[in-house]
Write a protein that binds this ligand. Structure first.
Ligand code: MSP
Length: 522
């Protein structure tokens, strides 16, 4: 029997449930959603995982501060804050893992037992600084006057007898791995950082804690709980059946999805993903992920935006003004993926107006209004070819290349350049002038048909990033009835010209991106 098709498997970090999501979390999750929707429209089998990281001191202390048992706290936050925000942002994840679920905790224990049996775990003493904000044992270079450089908060001293993972044994295999697979850690700057870190030498890692109990119990020493990062990193594999027998449902799922194609992470958590995680997998004899991609930070006032520094902005602060599609579009379009970027209300307003309201939304309004006015609301005869058709072919391959390389800005630019070109085409062809001369009816029909075809293509290409407005446009073009659901349209078929059916009723629906009232601040 042929091997089943490998599923394109993408993950986001699992987020701490010490608070509600802010736009930094949404940034990663939207990026993952965009990329997985794109791959789905390429006709691939896709699995998109997100979830929540619920153990450890950070979450435990937040629950205590709110006089709530930690499990109850997590349940409440997941249901009232995390899942609803992803729903509102149209995130089409296939699974949502919580680290307190038994499917996760049981598999973590099995995995750990396996590493113990293989001799990669031993008992030792740990003494050193720990940042609860990062949930990380710190090195002297990570501190600034005794404070964590990321959280600007004093670290705590930890002195415990713990279980250790022989991380140091994997320095050489990891260096070899990144040398022979430069794609396994991207962008290049991130890989260089990881290589330099590994070359500096790495100590073994304490992977259990004994001074609190909010965590997964170490199976052979139940007074200890598993270190929260060791527990959390495993989510990517436990969610798809790690440790299950190969003929079980979980085992089959694992064979189809593993290794993960992309782990999307913020650059703050790169080392966990590019050093600790692959070492854990190497120790267990499991293939390492194909790619860890570290994106930059959203900055406010030049610093990483975060709730702990009171600079966190909730997605709804932005979507209530600009709408969900514009939110998704803006962050992918404005900031090169991999670099830091400052969020600015002014920049977002400017792009909304020029790119979404004027270039895209207005093109749709112009076309539907002209078809109503000149063709009684019915799509005219097919135009079999157009200069726009060859531009579209180039656009599709440019966008596809860029997006598959996680150059989201480049991909969206290519699509929006085509949108501009179509606007230029309408302006030059002046259908409102052609319409005055009844002998030029065929010419008028061709202009309108070509414009409608271009909008068909734009609806498909922009669907992964703006699922709401493109669906509306698809409906206005009557394409759902003739070509099927928008999400089913294949990227590889987009450039085939003349797909819309002449005679289809075109409707002049509501404006896709209405003009905004001026608004000063959030
Ligand atoms: N729970 C860990 C991750 C475990 S993954 C096995 C964690 N959680 S977190 O809630 O702090 O979220 C971290 C992720 O949120 C970052 O890696 C990044 O993807 C995203 N972001 C949080 N703040 C951000 C910005 N200001 N800018 C961009 N992304 C940010 O770490």
């Amino acid at each position: 029997m042929p091997a089943p098709e490998k599923t394109f498997y993408l993950t986001t970090p699992i987020y701490y449930v010490n608070d509600a999501p802010h736009i930094g979390h949404a940034y990663t999750t939207v990026a993952g959603d965009f990329l997985t929707r794109w791959h789905r429209q390429k006709g691939e089998s896709v699995w998109y995982l997100t979830g929540t990281d619920e153990h450890g001191q950070k979450v435990m202390r937040t629950a205590e501060a709110n006089n709530t048992p930690p499990q109850e706290w997590c349940d409440r936050l997941v249901e009232s804050a995390w899942k609803p925000v992803w729903r509102d942002l149209e995130i089409a994840n296939d699974d949502f893992i919580r680290t307190t679920e038994s499917r996760h905790t049981e598999r973590v224990q099995k995995f750990l037992t396996g590493l113990m049996e293989k001799g990669f775990i031993y008992e030792g003493n740990y003494e050193g600084p720990y940042c609860v904000g990062c949930e990380e044992f710190k090195l002297p270079g990570d501190l600034d006057e005794g404070k964590c450089k990321i959280h600007s908060k004093p670290v705590e001293m930890v002195k415990e007898t713990n279980w250790f993972f022989k991380l140091s044994a994997f320095v050489k295999p990891l260096l070899d791995h990144y040398k022979s697979n430069p794609d396994a850690c991207q962008p290049d700057s991130a890989r260089n950082e990881v290589v330099a870190f590994l070359e500096g030498g790495v100590s073994d890692l304490s992977i259990s804690r004994s001074t609190f109990d909010w965590g997964i119990k170490v199976p052979w020493d139940t007074k200890q709980v598993v270190y929260v990062w060791f527990d959390a990193l495993l989510n990517y594999a436990t969610a798809v059946g790690l440790t299950d027998p190969s003929d079980s449902e979980g085992g089959k799922m694992f064979a189809k999805t593993w290794p993960a194609d992309v782990h999307l992470v913020g650059k703050d958590i790169l080392r966990f993903h590019a050093v600790i995680w692959p070492a854990m997998l190497m120790a267990a004899g499991i293939p390492v992920p194909k790619k860890v991609f570290a994106h930059g930070w959203l900055l406010v006032g030049g610093e990483k935006m975060s709730k702990s520094k009171l600079t966190g902005i909730a997605p709804s602060d932005i979507t209530s003004h600009f709408g969900v599609d514009a939110f998704r579009y803006y962050f992918m379009r404005a900031i090169p993926f991999g670099s830091d970027g400052s969020f600015s209300w002014e920049d977002m307003s400017a792009r909304y107006t020029s790119e979404l309201a004027n270039d895209f939304g207005n093109l749709a309004s112009r076309l539907t209004a002209m078809i109503e006015k000149y063709c009684d609301g019915v799509l005219p005869a097919r135009a079999e070819s157009s200069d726009l058709a060859s531009s579209l072919s180039k656009t599709v391959s440019q966008a596809d290349n860029a997006i598959c390389k996680l150059d989201f800005q480049g991909g969206i630019n290519a699509i929006m350049d085509f949108c501009k070109e179509v606007n230029g085409y309408v302006t030059i062809k002046e259908p409102w002038v052609v319409a005055k001369d009844p002998t030029r009816k065929a010419e008028l029909d061709a202009i309108l048909y070509n414009t409608a075809e271009s909008l068909r293509a734009l609806a498909i290409l922009l669907h992964p990033i703006m699922p709401i407005s493109t669906k509306k446009l698809w409906g206005y073009l009557g394409a759902d009835k003739t070509l099927g659901a928008l999400g089913e349209q294949k990227i590889s078929e987009v450039a085939k010209w003349a797909q819309l059916h002449p005679g289809t009723k075109i409707s002049k629906g509501e404006i896709l991106f209405p003009r905004l009232e001026e608004k000063q601040e959030i």
